[in-house]
Design a protein around this ligand. Sequence first.
Ligand code: GLC
Ligand code: CA
Length: 559
Amino acid sequence: MAKTSWYKEMAVYQIWTRSFCDGNGDGIGDLWGVLSKLDYIKSLGVDAIWFSPLYPSPNADFGYDISDYKNIHPDYGDLELFKQVLDEAHKRGLRVFMDLVVNHTSDEHPWFQESKKGKYNPYHDYYYWRPGRKIRGLRLPPNNWTSLFEGGAWEYDQGLDEYYLHLFAKKQPDLNMHNPKVRQEVKDILRFWLNLGVDGFREDVVTFIAKAEGLPDCHPWIPVANGMKYYSNLPQAHEFLAEFKRDVLDNYDCFTVGESPMTTPETALRYVTEGEDQVLDEMIAFSHMEADCVATDMIRRPFSLRKMKKAFSDWQMKLQGKGWNALYIENHDHPRIISRYGSERWHDESGKMLAAMYILQRGTPFIYQGQEIGMTNLRLEKTEQYPDVMTQNSVRILSKFMPRSQVLKVIRAGARDNARSPVQWSAEKNAGFSTGEPWFTVNGNYTEINVAAQEEDPDSLLNFYRRLLRFRKEHPVVLWGDYVEHLPESRDLYVYERNYEGKKMLVICSFTEKQIRFEAPAGIELDEKALVLGNYESNFVISNGFTTRPYELRVYLFG
Ligand code: GLC
Ligand code: CA
């Protein structure tokens, strides 16, 4: 864990390497590409890079199914090259975080291959192997849990006549963290990367690592993620994390952020409350990403600003004075934000508004590759063109309830593949991502939306991100100020203030193209000279308020 509060002041850039930049022309992003873009990353004003998994993997879940924890996928380079990237990042003052995926491995990991060989194999107990149940002559899985990605949570192995548990895809068998040998392996992995010089970890589905004794059936039955109450946030998950901290992380000055779907601030506080029981520096929230869907991106509903605001405020208020937030609006698991909460029509305006809206809150901002230029969702012709395992699972389930055309609509809006199209570097062939044939479709709007064009324009979204990150660093009120929301009932405006040592920052965000009359909250005098950031040119104030332009943003600083 981090020994001082450096992690609270940093901003992080997330790289999903496969689609970031291809350095050797084979159509797949790699570490040569990353190396060539380190100056660019540094120029954004971020302080660290988080790499989605770089390890050898059969790519059933694009790297989140790991077959060797202590190596680099040959598509991306090798350990030597990784060390070079690490060195060059450090030279530029950028820290580097790895993705730690230890809830499950790949089924091609040697541990799993061994575990399949027999019940007495020393690796058998690394996983959850269980005999099936016989009911009226029928062979049934050990319990009624369903996976998050691919139907039932159990897969039968003929050789062993046993089933193994997989909470995600079939090719992602769950590790049995209750086995002390598995925890030893995890600690070895942590030490391996820390000794190499890595500065921390983003810990994948970390609240799922403990499972209830006896793996009981769950009622009532649901087709996705049935059983969650028996594997999510069990007290042992906290104990395991405390053990990793005590035995390894405490010996290094490193950062940890935990991830798990459906985490609430209450559960996050169990892990991140500062003090003796703290086991993670931060936890990734999900509820603010559910303002246009229900529980998953695949159940769509119209965007509700009130839902989004409630989620942000809930985390801001509940963690205030207790723990630190991880702030984000995009990553490799969600569609692009402008296409969701903003407006492709008001691309630049809504992109800037959304950036300020979350980066000026209290916490560590994470920026996902391509977000800084406002990349948008893809619109592919057929569902088959979306390669992700979770997307294909959704296609399978949705097809039972709706016609094909409707399924395609949902996938276009909800697929996480939307965030995985190649980064648009320039208006050149393949958006400058690769000289070869890109592994995945480049968004057709790359001739307009690309890094090179935005570098030229001082008012571009890209340059706005730079200004915003600099502003955050220069003003203690942004880093440390308390958060207070205004107009929580408004369906169009998100307004909040931050206060610190006599300074006040007021952030006003419009989420509509409609004109809305905004009046300053009691006690605040809007002063044209106090405006420090915005997305339009002239910013008049009339009777202590103004009428908003489409997706308008205004930030005022007082005191
Ligand atoms: C996390 C990752 C996601 C992955 C899943 C299973 O949610 O962010 O990409 O598919 O865990 O590892
Ligand atoms: Ca390559």
